[in-house]
Design a protein around this ligand. Structure first.
Ligand code: CRA
Length: 799
């Protein structure tokens, strides 16, 4: 393809604006400019999308489908420009036309189709797979409203609907010709057909039309464009049927809104419908596509892999069985052999409250045929395994138990691979959460530590650091993430360390400017440590530990002892609307901010900023400017974490407990380049007689800090302060905040000491950047492709 020139682009872009809006570029607004550019990019990659599809089909390439109820793609304009290699031409042309590229970028809505790490991981995997020319497709739900927009009123979280589709979505293509019917409810029974085959009959079902919307996933400068498919629920178009208003609402509701709960399993009927809607539409469309090129489904596993991302899409297993048996007339054994070879499953959590279980009668009523098949999976599992492993163990881990469908067990039993998302997490799955099934199927279990895409977190979010790395490493690291290791040789080079410091400074200045403009808070990028904790708000992640430390610093300043280094504590987090305690923590932090930021005795020594509406775009602003990355969950609770990797790649120093992927980060950078603290998993496990009261009673300093929750030191938290105080003392501090407090304070002191020696600090930052390459999602997804799905791909540059 001939290289695009600036005049050519300008010509085409002006035409696009004319065609779309019948206007001149100079009269268009930012949203129109954005839409025109997105549509221009879509046209630009359309031939690649077509060629990629044709290659997969004509060459019978094995394709994997990543089923997930959440995705967080982030804005796509800049990544698509980068991946298509047109950033320079486009930005130059836009500038020449007098357009403000920052405004154009900001006009794109950031699709919030997920809650947190799990959803973002799915999108990073799609990006990486395309970069490796790996046939991986996304399959999810096109929620009309994404995760709520968060703002604060009097320090309280307020949730507003996220109407992200209001101005249309330039990237998607509606494919009504690929729609499928998904059946809910009614009655079902088996009866012989004219050939003597047992086939299911249905009556009184509610049928829903699943319409796919496809978006291209552009590979990094390699002409691969994969497909990310989101399904929307609509009324079937049968002219013979008329629907009541209520029926219309029931159907539309299915894909109307994302459940805003991540760590708590949400057991509502509508959520169950969403799950079945996603898997039924997804599996049907895969089978239909496969059918176009194959006479039978007997060897489907040779060219199709379906990945179940957490348990939400686990009904893909009985759905596949249904299609193979009821529609393809396979025997159970034949269908089961294919299904288990096609399916694989990732577990993302260790928290018991997020392990999904559905009441059996709810499943039986909502998806009766699927329930029958789950019953049969359960019956056969018990029959086969009880003689070998005994009734007790088998009862404990069968798909049906306690009147519920246990989704994680169903997922393990119906898949050939089960993985955790960090070494410790996989170990704990094997030893604890899934131990009975591990005993039965040890070979299925494997670890795939999460990863991140350097394209978004370095190349897009941190151009200054990217520029520096390119200078030192000739840009190869963009294709071969492990090559970032090369900067390690500059870890003792004072000139380089100065340059690195300048990069960080520049990013801190940029963030300070945004904080000033948006939150009306002045922070000092010159002297202060930017100490960042950005992630969902959850008690196990212990934002409270960080908040108590700020109170401690505040009290120190008020007692006349200045901080050795000024601090800016930056939080960003959404709390599930129904998670009362998490919302109280938000209020607490906002009131601490209010008190500290307005106290003249404090000045620039201490600032607290709670950035509202945390999402991918907000993370892109904050991560490049972070000095300290707070990863302080109670050991054994965070499956992996991924902001830890993003922050490290941007040269932040991790302040960490030995939890999730923090352990692997510590291994990679070495103990001199990370600051760790707190109890280990084994210590937490061995702590059988924990008494938070005893710790409190024996520590005067801690008493003063904790009492600030109830003694008026922080105003306006009468109720919240008391509740949080009680959670720590009366309810014995479930997440061991007080037990780890002293060790956390020491770790924070160490941070302050290290920061005062810039050469030491930036040398640590340099090592962190250097070692971040191993956490590239390019490498992670290559492992999924090799070990689990058996896909072909380009080499990830590993020399
Ligand atoms: N909340 C884990 O808690 C992990 C991500 C991605 C989570 C994180 O530690 O990094 O998944 N789990 O693997 C989850 O959503 C339902 O479980 C998360 O995002």
């Amino acid at each position: 393809m001939a290289k695009l020139t600036v005049p050519e682009f300008k010509e085409q872009y002006k035409n696009m604006i004319l065609r779309l809006y019948a206007e001149d570029v100079k009269d268009s607004d930012a949203h129109q400019q954005y839409t025109a550019l997105a549509l221009w990019l879509r046209d630009y990659y359309a031939p690649f999308l077509k060629a990629t599809r044709q290659h997969y089909e004509n060459d019978r390439v094995k394709e994997a489908y990543y089923f997930a109820i959440e995705f967080l793609p982030g804005r796509m304009l800049e990544t698509n420009m980068l991946n298509l290699g047109v950033t320079d031409v486009v930005t130059t042309a836009m500038m020449q036309m007098g357009l403000d590229m920052d405004k154009v970028v900001d006009a794109e809505p950031d699709p919030g189709l997920g809650n947190g790490g799990l959803g973002r991981l799915g999108s990073e995997f799609l990006d990486s797979a395309a970069a490796l020319h790996m046939p991986l497709n996304g399959n999810g739900i096109r929620y009309q409203y994404g995760l709520f927009r968060q703002s604060f009123v009097n320090g309280y979280q307020v949730e507003m609907p996220d109407d992200w589709l209001r101005n249309g979505n330039a990237w998607e293509v509606r494919k009504e010709n690929r729609a499928c019917l998904v059946r809910f409810g009614g009655n079902t029974w088996l009866a012989e057909d004219a050939f003597g085959r047992l086939v299911p009959h249905y009556e009184n079902t509610t049928d829903v039309l699943a319409v796919p919307y496809d978006t291209g996933v552009v590979g990094y400068q390699n002409q691969t464009v994969n497909t990310f498919r989101l399904w929307s629920a609509e009324l079937p178009t049968d002219p013979a049927v008329t629907y009541t208003l209520q029926q219309k609402e029931e159907v539309n509701e299915i894909t109307e809104i994302l459940y805003p709960d991540d760590s708590n399993y949400e057991g509502r009927l509508l959520r169950l419908k969403q799950e079945y809607f996603l898997v039924s539409a997804g599996v049907q469309s895969i089978v239909r596509h496969y059918r176009k090129h194959h006479r039978s489904l007997n060897h489907m596993d040779a060219t199709v892999a379906i990945h179940i991302n957490d348990t939400h899409p686990a009904m893909a297993i009985p759905e596949m069985m249904r299609i193979l048996m009821d529609e393809e007339f396979m025997s159970w054994d034949q269908a089961w052999a294919i299904t288990t070879k096609v399916m694989s499953y990732t577990n993302h959590t260790l928290l018991s409250e997020s392990l999904e279980t559905w009441p059996q009668d709810m499943v039986a009523q909502t998806v009766p045929r699927i329930y029958q098949i789950i019953q049969e999976i359960d019956r056969r599992f018990r029959e086969l395994q009880t003689p070998v492993y005994g009734a007790d163990r088998v009862n404990r881990c069968a798909p049906l138990g306690d009147g519920t469908v246990r989704m994680a067990y169903l997922a393990v039993i119906g898949s050939h691979s089960v993985n955790g998302v960090a070494k410790l997490h996989t170990e704990l799955l094997e030893k604890d959460v899934l131990k009975d099934l591990y005993r039965i199927y040890p070979a299925r279990f494997n670890n795939k530590t999460n990863g991140i895409t350097m394209r978004r977190w370095l190349q897009i979010a941190n151009p200054a650091l990217t520029h520096l790395l390119n200078e030192k490493l000739n840009g190869d690291w963009c294709h071969r993430p492990l090559d970032i290791m090369g900067v390690q040789s500059f870890a003792k080079d004072p000139t380089f360390l100065k340059e690195l410091q300048e990069v960080k400074h520049k990013n801190k200045v940029a963030l300070a400017k945004k904080i000033r403009a948006r939150e009306n808070i002045s922070v000092d990028p010159e002297h202060a440590i930017f100490d960042v904790q950005i992630k969902r708000l959850h008690a196990y992640k212990r934002q409270l530990l960080h908040a108590l430390f700020i109170i401690d610093e505040y009290q120190q300043i008020k007692a006349g002892q200045p901080l050795s280094v000024p601090r800016v504590h930056i939080f960003s987090a959404k709390a599930a609307p129904s998670y009362y305690y998490a919302k109280e923590i938000i209020k607490l932090i906002n009131e601490i901010a209010n008190t500290v930021n307005h106290d003249p005795a404090v000045g620039d020594q201490l600032k607290v900023v709670f950035v509202p509406n945390y999402g991918v775009s907000e993370a892109e602003d904050m991560i490049p400017a972070a000095d300290v990355s707070e990863q302080i969950s109670l050991a054994g609770k965070e499956a992996s974490g991924t902001s830890n990797m993003k922050l490290m790649a941007n040269g932040a120093i991790t302040l960490a407990t030995m939890d999730g992927a923090n352990i692997e980060i510590a291994d990679a950078v070495g103990e001199d380049n990370i600051v760790t603290f707190g109890m280990t998993v084994d210590e937490v496990g061995a702590y059988t007689n924990y008494s938070s009261q005893a710790i409190f009673d024996s520590d005067k300093h801690l008493q003063k800090v904790v009492n600030a929750l109830i003694d008026g030191t922080i105003p306006n938290i009468t109720r919240e302060g008391r509740d949080i105080y009680n959670s720590l003392l009366q309810y014995n501090d479930e997440y061991f905040v007080l037990a780890d407090y002293e060790s956390y304070v020491k770790a924070q002191d160490k941070i302050s000491t290290l920061y005062q020696d810039p050469e030491k600090w930036y040398s640590m930052a340099c090592i962190n950047i250097a070692k971040s390459g191993q956490f590239s999602s390019d490498l992670t997804i290559a492992r999924y492709g090799d070990d689990i799905w058996h896909l072909t791909r380009d080499q990830v540059g590993v020399n």
